[in-house]
Design a protein around this ligand. Sequence first.
Ligand SMILES: [Zn+2]
Length: 133
Amino acid sequence: MFADDLKRHGWTEIVDLWKYAKGDWKVHFDTSSWLIVETKSNPRVFDVHVPGDYESSWTVNLIEHLCQMEDERHRFREVLEKIRDDKTANPTTRSRAEEALEQCYHTWLVNLKVAEGQPGRVYCQICKQIKNQ
Ligand SMILES: [Zn+2]
């Protein structure tokens, strides 16, 4: 069973029926068929299908892989931001950091605190860009 596989990998149930966490990583139901994978830096890393028994252990590995990649991306972007914003750094280096930060696949999320149709309603969790609607 999927919950047992999560526990075997060090996840703990933090909300009954159900939400599991491993450090800053969390997984919880979106719908009855889909799970939301969440990290400290990204509340919606990806949606993963609720696995059957055959894929259960593999799905735990997939969730952990997604969380590791997200943590790594966040860590690298933070370092690039520090280089970009460091006035004492080499201008070419700062420029390269800025170029790298501008490259983003965009993960669009809806900010429910912003009214529909208003700027900032849809934004990228990764680069903070606001989507034009
Ligand atoms: Zn983006």
